[in-house]
Write a protein that binds this ligand. Sequence first.
Ligand SMILES: NC(=O)c1ccc[n+]([C@@H]2O[C@H](COP(=O)([O-])OP(=O)(O)OC[C@H]3O[C@@H](n4cnc5c(N)ncnc54)[C@H](O)[C@@H]3O)[C@@H](O)[C@H]2O)c1
Length: 330
Amino acid sequence: MNITILGGGGFLGRKIAERLTREGRLGGQPVTSLTLFDIAEPPKPSAAFPVTALAGDVVDLPEAAVPAGTDVIFHLAAVVSAQAEADYELGRRVNLRGTDAVVDACRRLVAAGGRPPRVVFTSSVASFSATQADTLPDEAKQVPGNSYGAQKAAAELILADASRRGFMDVVTIRLPTVVVRPGRPNKAASSFFSAIVREPLLGLEAELPVPDTFGVWICSPRRAADWLLHAAAMDTSGMGLDRSLSPPGIETTVGNMLKALDSVQPGASALVRRITDPTIADIVGTWPPAFTAARARALGFVPHEPMEDVVRAFIADDLEATRRDRGLIA
Ligand SMILES: NC(=O)c1ccc[n+]([C@@H]2O[C@H](COP(=O)([O-])OP(=O)(O)OC[C@H]3O[C@@H](n4cnc5c(N)ncnc54)[C@H](O)[C@@H]3O)[C@@H](O)[C@H]2O)c1
């Protein structure tokens, strides 16, 4: 299988690249090549098959990023939530025009006689709005409360239509907020959901801009990677025209996340400071705190693990690397 990851240098792109190079197979088929594409050249994991790393803009997607014979494209390149809200031009350009470019790359493959590639697209919980009391069913209407969510919802429709036309075979995963994100706080409005676990585990303070009772729909990086890899290999013949899924995440509250943190590292949550940030609170305040995810379960997407396991997975997978990246250890 020839695989491309657009946004291959990002948080989830690197996780997928690691899994593919470690496992060497996708859906029972051997991986034969991997192409990683991002604004800056992504790091190349060592692999038993050729790995190509390319730098460029997804809006001007070069042919080399999606070469002839590509079987699977993970389309993860995006301008994320708070940045897309702060910079309307940039968000619209990358999240919409970038998706157009993926459609055109697939059309080129098909016009040259290739098979329509499987495209795995990452949409978001932010494409919906709801109150804190809601649990959204699969047929809930997408009414985004921010530009990022609107761009993701629009991209879902464009990709589903391209799939109907035979240019690609798309599966869109509307990801929950992924925690615990390693590294530093980033431009996502959801950044604090990771920071309140990660920073105390690093011995640092974190800021919490919502009340402890705030409900949130989350998943771990391990589970997000499982879902994206499942989406890349699953049988799509029963999906019909609706190519989007809400996967079975974790329905929890910020307070429960802090309890899980304390159960793994007693007293750690004392480093979390309650602050007021109306911009962030307004963005995340429209995101639904729960989904039924019935369709995804029926299509074989594995359900979430307990919150304590999410904290432990971060410690096992990412804590040391985060310490090193941030210069907290020699
Ligand atoms: N992490 C989450 O909580 C979460 C939740 C819901 C949806 N998603 C979606 O999942 C995908 C991956 O998220 P992530 O957390 O890895 O984000 P990330 O920001 O770490 O990765 C996105 C990557 O896209 C790249 N990119 C941005 N503009 C580009 C351009 N013009 N050309 C090429 N590359 C460009 C960035 O450099 C970055 O490496 C994104 O589409 C995001 O919207 C993530």
